[in-house]
Ligand binder design. Structure first.
Ligand code: SAH
Length: 342
């Protein structure tokens, strides 16, 4: 059976080649060709032995993403819609800033978690992305950006990364590999809706990557209303898992908090959020909601945002207020894909 070469970590390839009687360092050479030199043709990998060059195409192939659509926002955020081999659609977003180029990668086709404000869950869950499908999003965009470089990668696109943990870990290992793409662990962040048990699993792996939690509400009753995952893992359980992660990884997590008009943006909400942030000793990212046609939710007006941030400041809670990027191209989670599947 043929294997998709970009679906394997260097360690997996190393073991495979050793079993087949090839030199152990072949895996490093192949990683170099694919991820550093960006060569996707085994016959051009001239420093490999002739027998390995014959062996490789009989056992491995190169997968590719097909670009189906692209949208560019006024703020230069770019959104790529890719078609997979089974015709599923996924999105990848490129957020260029003066000193960085951040990619927002998808991890699943659709999403099971059905947050009440997020388009990704609307048409249900189809499947997990394969390792190479995550890696290929990265490669496509880094080829596209050349000579500029991808400086950061966040797993914040469609799907729940921790619900596809096994493949996610392999993709992260390939992206971090010093013989391959070699993006630093501090430049990679995984975002979760709050799968407490998987947060512990991730902490145990000690990869050193960042963790972000889509909190959006700091009281159980209302969080369960907008994020059904909260019924499975309450804020108390989530908090314990986050403290475990912080202790193991020796670095703070980030709480993502989208501000939605008249839902989670009152001064009382801010006080609850600051209490939780103090317990976790973490960072907070506030982002005004990106409205879309499928839901009634709106972004709060300026005065509501000011009241919220003032209350945080009064409690000495550190936060960053981010701009919602790519509003005009529906760059929030799942919005471009939904257009094509409607
Ligand atoms: N399932 C993971 C990864 C998806 S991240 C998680 O929940 O973290 C996508 C982020 O975009 C999440 O924080 C999500 O809550 C947020 N989001 C979804 N729809 C949005 C919208 N319309 N406006 C602003 N943020 C949105």
């Amino acid at each position: 059976m043929l294997g998709d070469i970009k679906g394997f970590t260097r360690e997996e390839l190393r073991r495979f080649f050793a079993e087949e009687g090839f030199a152990k360092f072949s895996s490093s050479q192949i990683f170099n060709w694919i991820y550093k030199k960006r060569v996707e043709d085994f016959s051009l990998m001239t420093n490999l032995s002739k027998s390995l060059r014959d062996f490789l195409p009989r056992n491995f192939y190169f997968s590719k993403l097909e670009l189906k659509d692209k949208a560019v926002s006024e703020d230069k955020t770019e959104k790529f819609l890719f078609k997979l081999k089974d015709s599923s659609l996924i999105e990848t977003v490129l957020i260029p800033e003066p000193k960085r180029n951040t990619l927002c990668l998808s991890t699943q086709v659709g999403c099971k978690f059905k947050c009440s404000f997020c388009v990704s869950g609307l048409s249900g869950f189809k499947r997990n992305l394969e390792v190479s499908e995550m890696v290929n999003q990265f490669l496509y965009l880094s080829d596209y950006l050349k000579p500029a470089k991808v400086t950061n990668a966040v797993f914040m696109g469609i799907g729940e990364p921790l619900d596809n943990l096994e493949n996610l870990i392999k993709a992260v290992k390939i992206i971090m590999d010093e013989q391959g793409i070699y993006l630093g662990k501090r430049k990679i962040c995984i975002s979760t809706a709050g799968l407490a048990s998987k947060i512990r699993n991730l902490a145990d792996l000690g990869l050193g990557v960042g963790l972000s939690v889509s909190l959006h509400c700091a009281d159980d009753q209302r969080r369960s209303r907008i994020m059904p995952i909260n019924k499975r893992y309450s804020l108390e359980e989530l908090t314990k898992a986050l403290l475990y992660f912080t202790k193991k990884e020796k670095k703070p997590v980030t709480l993502e908090y989208i501000l939605i008009k008249e839902l989670n943006s009152s001064r009382e909400d801010a006080v609850r959020l600051s209490r939780l942030a103090r317990k976790l000793n973490c960072k907070i990212n506030l982002i005004p909601y990106n409205p879309c046609e499928y839901f009634e939710w709106q972004a709060p007006d300026k005065s509501e945002i000011e009241g919220f941030t003032k209350a945080l400041k009064e409690k000495n809670t550190f936060f960053t207020l981010r701009k919602a990027r790519g509003r005009d191209i529906e760059a929030s989670c799942g919005q471009l894909r939904s257009r094509f599947e409607a």
